[in-house]
Structures are given as structure tokens and as C-alpha cells.
Ligand binder design. Sequence first.
Ligand SMILES: [Zn+2]
Length: 300
Amino acid sequence: METSEPLVARHVLEFPGGYTRSTGPVIGRFLTELRAGRIVGVRTAEGRVLVPPLEYDPATGDPVTDDYVEVGPAGTVTASAWVQEPRPEHPLDRPFAWALIRLDGADTALVHAVDAGDPKELRPGTRVRPVWRERREGGITDIACFRPEVTMIVSPVRPEYRIQAGGALRTFLEGVRRGVFLGGRCPGCAKVYVPFRASCPECGSRIAEQVELPDTGTITTFAINNLPDPRAPEVPFVSAYILLDGADIPMIALVGGVPAHEVRQGMRVRAEWVPESERTLSMANVRWFTPTGEEDAELS
Ligand SMILES: [Zn+2]
């Protein structure tokens, strides 16, 4: 551990029992929210947000308020310890790190496992995001682990299409200029790919059939980006994989019109197009995707 928050770290040594053993109203609320896929902290009388919540402010000994605040889900690693040889009781069966993670909006750090692949991928300041279990039971292990956040620069047209910039890309971009997303349906496996492509990466069949897809879809995964991008609405901004209705493969795009912390998996979104007179043969015709306000979709 590179910085010292030993009281928080001590919880980890009992992981996961340290969290599930005591369920007073404060911890109970924390666990109930975890089951719902949310992480909450509690505000102290002085206004700090404790995550995980405690019944008493460790700094002053005063009882906390009953103001619960949703935090994260992403956060910043403040310290970590690499575990090269996980033991059976550890949450991951491959090398991982125990890390102190200060979730966005929290004033204290939570301890959890980070699946970083390589210790070089992890240092104080690394941005991480939780991986939720599909079946959640109201325990700290409802979060399977954290993973480093994707910090790529968003490129709506994927590099593979730049390389193959032949007919398929042109077909797709001509569609985008008209305000439609063109996908291709594979005759072999029936998968619908968007952007349109000439051959199926899964079964190798040539794709000829074009499918017009609606400009609505569902966010499957997303990343919060803290570096400015000229195309983005603001900082932080969200880039997301969006599964257009009727497609089998998500495409990457910006999300706008919603605060970054409100974006979630399953959120329904619709493309916001630039006016027809300003359109070019590019993905810039789609300003970004904005929430439709529909109920979240179930992700399979
Ligand atoms: Zn196929």
C-alpha cells in the first residue's frame, strides 16, 4: 500500500465477511443498494461522503446523517497491492490487486479487487470501474471486481473500416448522410453488423443484404472520459457501445444530453443528427446519442 488508510484496508482482510457480518441500518442500506447495482455512501455531519458508509464519522465520532449519496460507479485507485498467487478464498482466480478505490463523489476509499491483468496497468490515479455480477445478493461481492477504465480516444468509425475503406464504408457513410444506419445481415449466421461490412468476421460469409436500422438503441458498456475531445459535449463525457435495435454488434459513439454520472448500462438512446444541410460523408453527422427517456432495456 502506498498511502495509508489502514482502517479501510482492515475490512479487506476479512473480505467478504467484513461487510456482510453487520447489517445495521447504515450497512444494510449499502448492501441493499449494491443488490440494485448502485453504490452509495453516507454523508457525515461535516458533509463528507463515507464509502462504504459507517454509522459514525471516524474523524469526529459523531453519528452520520441519513443522507445517502450515490457515488461512482467509477473511481480512482489511491493505492494497491498486487496478489500474484490468489488463494481459494480470493475473489479472482488469476493475479489481481487489492486496491483502495476512491469512487467519484466519495471522500473515503473502498477496498476491492482490481482485475488489471498486469501490475504495470495499475498505479495511484488509475481510473477503474466495477464489474457487476449478474445475480446480486446484497453483498460486497455483488461487485465481482473493478477493472481499469478504457481510456482510448473515441473514434466512431473503427480503424478496421479505415483500412478497408472500400465500398462497405462508403455504403455505410452514405446511409449516415441520409440519416440511417445501414447494417449488413450475414447469410450464413444471420448476424446483423453495423456499420455495414462486406464479410462476416464470425463465419466468413460474404454479406450482400443491407438492413436499415433505426437510430435508437441501448447502451451496453460505456466509459467516462476526462480528457477534452473537440467532438464531445463537455468534460467529463461518455463514450459508449450502443447496440442499435436490430443489430447484433454494438457500435461506439458519444453520449450527450445527460450528465456523465447518470449514464448506465441498459439506457435507451437515440441518435441526434446534425441538420441535413450540414451533413458530410462522415460519422460527424451523428452529434451523439441522447437518452430517449424510455425504461432501461434488459441486457442479455
Ligand atoms: Zn456470419
